[in-house]
Design a binder for this molecule. Structure first.
Ligand code: 13P
Ligand code: SF4
Length: 354
C-alpha cells in the first residue's frame, strides 16, 4: 500500500487548535431543560421537521430524537433515513458533512443544523485543492472517499463509503481489477487495505478522537479485565484494531455489544455511543479505551469536540429561526457529489445493509 504525503504540520496544528477551542454548550437546570424540550417538540410540528441524529451527540438530544419519531444512527443510516422521510425540514444533529450529505440527497428540502461550525477533523484534513491535485496525478485510480469529507471532495470522487460499507465496496472494486485512492482517514484506509488486499494509495488524514486511543494503556486495561471483549471503530490506530474482536461502524458496534457473550466490553470509539449501547446491552459493563495516561495527554478525550457543540439550546434556536443555520450547496457541486453517494446507497441497499 502506498500513501499520500503527510498532512502539513501547520494544518495538523490548525485542526488540533480548532478541536481544543470548539465552544461548549452551557449546563442546564432541569427546569431549563424541560422547557427547551417542550419548545422543541412544538417547533418540530410547526416546521414539519424531523431530527436526524448521530450517536455521538449529547444523550438528551438522542432521547428527544427518539421521542419525536426521528432517527438516531450512523452516517449511512442518517443519509438513507433523510432520503426517505417525508418531512420538509431535516434537522441534522451531528457534524457538517452529515448535513451536507442530507442536502445533496434532498435539494428540495430545508436542511438545518444546530451549529454549522461543527466540523470534522477528517473533512478538515482533506482540502479540495490538495486532494484534487493528488487525484490528477493518478488518473488510472478509482477515487474512493469516506463520507467524512466536504461536498467538493465528494464531487471529485467515484465512490463515497462509510465505515459500515468501506470494506465491501473496496473489495468489489478490487475484484474488478481497479486500483484505488482512498481518503481521508489513514487508519480506515489501512484497515480496508488489510481486509481486501486492494492496491490503495492512502490519504493521511486523522480523526482527533480515534487517533488518540493508546495501545499501551489499552493493553494494561485488557490485562486488568482479561474476560473483556474489545470492539473498535475503524478510525482507530492499527495497534488498537489488531486487538479488537469486532471492528465496525457505530451501528455495527452497538449490535456487536448486544450480541457479545462477554459481560464487559472495552469500546474504542466516542463515548457518546454509550447511551445507545447501554440501551441495547443493559447488563454489560462498558469501558472506554484510554486516551491519555503515561504516553500523552488527550485533546478530545474520547468525545468529539464538534459533536459536543450540539445542544438543546441551539436546536431550539435553529427551529425558531433557521436563517444562518441552513445548509446550502452549489448546484454543480451537489449534482456531481450526488453520483458517488447514490452509487454507495444503491450498493448497500442491494446488500440489504440499509
Ligand atoms: P459512523 O458512520 O460509524 O457513525 O462514523 C461516523 C464518525 O464520524 C465516526 O467518527
Ligand atoms: Fe470527525 Fe472524528 Fe468527530 Fe467522527 S469523531 S465527526 S471522524 S472528528
Amino acid at each position: 500500500m502506498g500513501s499520500a504525503n503527510d498532512i502539513p504540520v501547520e494544518l495538523v496544528e490548525e485542526i488540533r487548535g480548532k478541536a481544543l477551542h470548539a465552544p461548549r454548550p452551557r449546563a442546564l437546570t432541569p427546569e431549563q431543560r424541560d422547557a427547551l424540550i417542550q419548545r422543541i417538540r412544538d417547533l418540530l410540528k410547526a416546521n414539519n421537521a424531523v431530527l436526524i441524529t448521530h450517536y455521538y451527540v449529547d444523550e438528551q438530544l438522542q432521547i428527544l430524537t427518539d421521542a419525536t419519531g426521528g432517527y438516531v444512527g450512523d452516517s449511512l443510516g442518517m443519509a438513507d433515513y433523510g432520503n426517505r422521510h417525508e418531512a420538509t425540514t431535516l434537522v441534522v444533529i451531528g457534524v457538517r458533512f452529515m448535513g451536507e450529505t442530507a442536502k445533496i440527497l434532498n435539494p428540495e428540502k430545508r436542511v438545518l443544523m444546530p451549529d454549522l461550525g461543527a466540523e470534522c477533523s477528517l473533512d478538515l484534513s482533506c482540502p479540495i485543492e490538495a486532494f484534487s491535485a493528488f487525484c490528477d496525478q493518478h488518473p488510472d485510480r478509482t477515487v474512493v472517499v469516506y463520507t467524512n469529507t466536504s461536498a467538493e471532495v465528494k464531487a471529485r470522487a467515484d465512490w463515497v463509503v462509510t465505515s459500515s460499507n468501506a470494506v465491501d465496496i473496496v473489495a468489489h472494486l478490487h475484484a474488478n481489477g481497479e486500483k484505488i485512492i482512498f481518503a481521508p482517514d489513514r487508519h480506515l484506509g489501512r484497515y480496508v487495505q488489510q481486509k481486501t488486499g486492494a492496491d490503495i494509495l492512502n490519504w493521511q488524514g486523522f480523526c482527533v478522537v480515534h487517533d488518540e486511543f493508546k495501545a499501551s494503556e489499552l493493553r494494561r486495561l485488557m490485562a486488568e479485565y482479561p474476560e473483556a471483549e474489545l470492539i473498535a471503530h475503524p478510525e482507530s490506530p492499527a495497534e488498537v484494531l489488531d486487538m479488537a474482536s469486532v471492528v465496525g461502524s457505530t451501528t455495527q458496534l452497538i449490535r456487536a455489544a448486544k450480541e457479545s457473550r462477554a459481560d464487559t466490553l472495552i469500546v474504542a470509539t466516542d463515548m457518546g455511543i454509550f447511551h445507545k449501547m447501554h440501551e441495547a446491552a443493559p447488563d454489560k459493563q462498558l469501558l472506554a479505551v484510554p486516551t491519555g495516561g503515561e504516553s500523552a495527554t488527550c485533546v478530545s478525550c474520547a468525545h468529539c469536540p464538534w459533536m459536543a457543540m450540539n445542544s438543546l439550546d441551539n436546536l431550539a434556536a435553529v427551529l425558531e429561526d433557521g436563517s444562518g443555520h441552513e445548509i446550502h450547496i452549489d448546484e454543480t457541486v451537489r449534482r456531481k457529489a450526488l453520483v458517488p453517494i447514490e452509487r454507495m446507497l444503491e450498493f448497500s441497499r442491494a446488500q440489504g445493509k440499509v
